[in-house]
Design a binder for this molecule. Structure first.
Ligand SMILES: [Zn+2]
Length: 539
């Protein structure tokens, strides 16, 4: 029964109409808990949101239920703790262990970003920029972690009970089931694909009143490969790359992708399917994350209980000097972060290998618009790294079948397995087209389904057996920030310009094309001048 005045409500503070900044507030009377407290990432407009005040009073929150250790789900926990939050952070043991390194790394990035800005501000005599949080704040937040196993009920605050289910996304990731005042709610967190290394397929109970489901790939269907088929692709790429005699450079994310590749590479070496060359993991964060995987090897699938991450071919590079020494090598496999080549040690490996014909750069993850990784993958012939122009002569390759996310069909199947659903389905954590794609697919088979695409700032009342009722409308001012901003448009424009110029065969024709574009730019400027004169003239 629903007691009057005690209804469960949900408010979306992020990851609505966008894929980052996951944070949902659940309230029951005067009690409030959060599911995730993530950082906004991507465009500058979005990242600016990290610096604005929380839309709730941090001291009033009694518990945080954390789905997993990706920064867009946990990255504002240090800010929450620094502003007075003292409750528990409920999560799995795997998430808690990863969180220590992920948050500390995020704290270091915030501090060095602030140093960089202050260097400029000091010279200009401007006020100092305060980091979003520090490494010390990050570790204080991490100490609030309270690990709990899957499927065990716990009470995060009075009137709530909750339990976690495997979400199959990354080590430790969960979906969250919450019951309050007779209403059953399931929040998917990020869902993994089928055939994911290390993790069983996502699981959760059926028969909910309301569901919040992510929709990152709600409009995309991926080719379904088994782990063995994916490994065969990697085998082909590695064999071809090493036969050229140069290095194989793999830009990759420190968490999960690095470990998936290590598993595949170690298995291929063991089976004599690729040459036994040194495999360097050149990212301190990736090394720490791998330690956590090794510590949890007993819970992981596909590792057969052995410590695959301590394979004799795998070397973990700790200090910068050792990382730089790799520049003189040839015939090695070097994995380094960041995955999109925007920062980290991958940049000096690219600097030393992009210009070598015998080297290969192999991308194994998503490259966002405007990132250096995307520019290289799109076929740029020259790139600028740390102030130096580098000619691209290396082989550029891509395997796009590694993914930590369910695609459209897998999301559809996950939602289908949760039926019957008596209330509403919220599609969160997706860009507008992705949400629309999934919504259309779901409505095709059930026209009566009550599907909501929530906005940031919207609050809904959730009761058992009835559709959700909107209590507060969303913040329209944020809708614009979520959309692509000038920076993204600019990066996209430059990428397109480069690609179009590179399609023109001869140098002479390219120069002529540039001449013509210059003329367009000049005529554009003179039109602006005329307009300006017309506006101000005569007065
Ligand atoms: Zn995630």
């Amino acid at each position: 029964m629903n007691a009057p005045g005690q209804s469960l409500t949900i408010k979306f503070h992020g990851a609505a109409g966008t894929v980052t900044g996951s944070c949902m507030e659940l309230t029951l009377g005067t009690h409030a808990i959060l599911v995730d407290c993530g950082m906004f990432q991507g465009s500058r407009g979005l990242e600016a949101l990290n610096h604005s005040a929380f839309a709730f009073e941090p001291r009033r929150i009694e518990a945080v239920l954390l789905t997993h250790a990706h920064i867009d789900h946990c990255g504002l926990l240090p800010k929450l703790a620094a502003q007075g939050y003292r409750g528990r952070i409920w999560c799995t043991g795997g998430t808690a262990d990863l969180l220590e390194y992920m948050l500390a790394d995020a704290g270091r990035i915030q501090e060095s970003e602030a140093d960089r800005r202050n260097h400029r501000r000091d010279r200009a005599g401007d006020a100092r920029f305060v980091p979003l949080y520090t490494e010390a704040d990050a570790l204080s937040a991490w100490r609030l972690c309270h690990p709990i196993g899957l499927a065990q009920w716990f009470q995060p605050a009075l009137g709530f009970r909750a339990r976690f289910w495997n979400a199959g996304h990354i080590l430790g990731s969960v979906s969250v089931e919450v019951e309050a005042n007779g209403t059953r709610l399931l929040l998917s967190g990020d869902l993994g694909p089928e055939n994911k290394a290390f993790l069983p397929d996502p699981a959760a109970p059926a028969g909910m009143d309301h569901i919040v489901c992510e929709s990152t790939y709600g409009n995309r269907s991926r080719e379904k490969l088994t782990i063995e088929q994916r490994r065969e692709r990697l085998e082909r790429e590695v064999t071809t790359a090493l036969a050229r005699g140069g290095n194989l450079i793999i830009p990759c994310f420190a968490l999960e992708r690095t470990q998936e590749l290590l598993l595949d590479l170690a298995r291929l070496v063991e089976a004599d399917r690729i040459p036994n060359v040194p495999i360097f993991v050149d990212s301190p964060l990736a090394s720490r994350a791998t330690d956590v995987f090794a510590a949890h090897a007993g819970e992981l699938e596909d590792v057969d209980g052995q410590n695959i991450f301590h394979h004799p071919s795998i070397r973990y590079v700790e200090d910068v000097a050792a990382s730089i020494r790799l520049n003189s090598l040839s015939g090695a496999i070097i994995m380094a972060a960041s995955g999109m080549c925007e920062a980290g040690r991958i940049r000096h490996h690219l600097k030393h290998n992009l210009c070598r014909r015998e080297s290969t750069i192999l991308f194994v993850g998503f490259q966002a618009k405007g990132s250096l990784g995307r520019v290289i993958l799109d076929g740029a012939q020259r790139v600028r790294i740390s102030g130096e122009d580098i000619n691209v002569r290396a082989q550029i390759r891509l395997i796009d079948s590694y993914s930590a996310h369910a695609d459209r069909d897998e999301l559809h199947a996950w939602i289908g397995s949760r039926r019957p659903l008596t209330g509403s389905l919220f599609l969160s954590h997706g860009e507008a087209e992705a949400v629309e794609g999934l919504r259309t697919l779901l409505l095709k088979e059930d026209q009566g389904a009550h599907i909501i695409a929530p906005r940031i700032g919207e609050r809904f009342e959730l009761t058992a057996g009835a559709p959700a009722r909107r209590l507060e409308t969303g913040r329209l001012d944020l809708a614009q920030k979520i959309g692509e901003d000038w920076q993204n448009d600019y990066a996209d424009f430059i990428t397109q310009l480069k690609r179009n110029l590179e399609r023109i065969r001869t140098e002479q024709a390219r120069r002529q094309a540039m001449q013509e574009m210059r003329r367009v730019l000049e005529s554009y400027n003179s039109i602006r001048e005329v307009r300006k004169r017309n506006r101000t003239g005569g007065r």
